[in-house]
Design a protein around this ligand. Sequence first.
Ligand SMILES: Cc1cc2nc3c(=O)[nH]c(=O)nc-3n(C[C@H](O)[C@H](O)[C@H](O)COP(=O)(O)OP(=O)(O)OC[C@H]3O[C@@H](n4cnc5c(N)ncnc54)[C@H](O)[C@@H]3O)c2cc1C
Length: 492
Amino acid sequence: MTKHVIIGGGPVATNAIETIRQYGDGEASITLISDEPAHSRMALPYWLAGKVPREHTHTADDDYFGRLGVDAKIGQRASGIDTAARTVTLADGSTVEYDNLLIATGAAPAGLPVPGADLPGVQPLWTLEHTASLLAAAEGNESPRVTMIGAGFIGFIMLNAMHKRGWNLTVVEREDHVLPRMLDANAAGLVESWLAAKGVTVHAGAGVESIADGEGGKIVSLSGGATVDADVVIVATGIRPNTDLASEAGIETDQGIIVNSRCQTSAEGVYAGGDVAQGPVLGGGANEIHSIQPTAVDHGRIAGANMAGHDAEYPGSLSLNILDVCGLQNASFGNWGDTSEDAVTISNAADHIYRKFIFTGDQMTGAVFVGEANDLGMLTDVGMVKGIMQTETDLGAWKGFLKENPFDVRRAYIATGVAATLAKTTLLGQKAQPRGFHFGGQAPQSAVDGSHAQLVSPKAAAMEKAAEVARAMAAEAEAAGNDGAAEAESAE
Ligand SMILES: Cc1cc2nc3c(=O)[nH]c(=O)nc-3n(C[C@H](O)[C@H](O)[C@H](O)COP(=O)(O)OP(=O)(O)OC[C@H]3O[C@@H](n4cnc5c(N)ncnc54)[C@H](O)[C@@H]3O)c2cc1C
């Protein structure tokens, strides 16, 4: 009987478990070691915004583990790996044997090396407990003053949740502009003016020198001499992959654990995926870490299939950032920071619209979007551009068309057959199965059907209505035509 062991309880782990059961012989044992409950960090902003209870962030429970035959050691930490003996040691001293091991330990907040960073009321915002502690700190205060140090992708996801609560927000960023690893300076400038209009104060190009306790809360001192008063300080200065277990076991690491296209590490029978893994990138080039949910899901499924004895190869992950900043939608894909001249840029600062497409040869290899979150046309363009890049479509003459008409993505998308290519593409050669887990066993509140289109888009509903009217008119016309033909027949 094959013994599978997985360390970590995030999306890599749950997707690997489900894939092993989907592809495996059913006899294999699966042991999960996770210090936190199995959950999705992506769901934390919904809890922070007060939209769902804490338990809604969970992605598995005892019933789920029982059904999938998983020995779930929740609340326990792995403290060592012996690749020669093929064992994992837990913090309580016990050991678990493995034939296949998946390291899915994710990443941890990088921290801030300044005086006062360890004071109560100064905290990161990455885990279930961090979210609980922020909500507790804000309890009883309608509009707490929150200063967020670091203006990156995840920080802004959480800032958006705090904005929904109506909190009093300030952002401090050491680099010259917000979202430095997601947007170029022009696009970020639009985000900054949008934030100002929404009442969020931004200090860009300002390092934090110290944090101290003052009369009315914390005092954050900035490099230019300014100070900011806050009730809570959030340190969102980036993350560091949890590679220690792997590097101490002699497994090859760089920034993350190095994996190949099967998510295999340098050690026999040891796999890694998600935020801790530095893996192949779509389109080739050096391995990178893509700390995003889609990569974690793909890695989990690829590792799970290979652990179950299938030969599954990953084409590589695509850098994807799609972010709502207080109602302003931003997206960047692929080599968005490439300064190549083979590009088209449209900027309209007054309306907060920015669009940049970057090309290499016949393909689109980078893109940046900014626009209002209620602009449905832009949202569908974001999806189509993502598809064009994911399918590595050769655009041919449509490249020139897109450079001339960057707001008419749909025509190029349809003409180059991207939708058909996407429809045929599956990661493992067959459709993923439904997860079979819902919080509290509740049925989903909506299904992806005709009514889903109406839920997500009033415009889609209007289009469906128009199509209905058109169908009815066509049917009427056909009936009239047939009657006409019948009349003509009887006249003969
Ligand atoms: C607030 C927030 C919002 C996000 N929103 C988005 C989003 O909108 N879109 C997007 O694409 N991505 C988003 N992300 C990123 C996404 O959640 C991560 O890329 C994803 O969770 C990575 O999955 P993972 O399985 O690699 O790691 P994780 O989900 O981090 O899971 C790893 C688990 O392993 C546990 N662990 C670590 N070491 C050990 C050990 N030694 N023993 C036992 N257990 C251990 C950790 O405690 C953790 O529970 C968000 C992240 C955060 C924090």
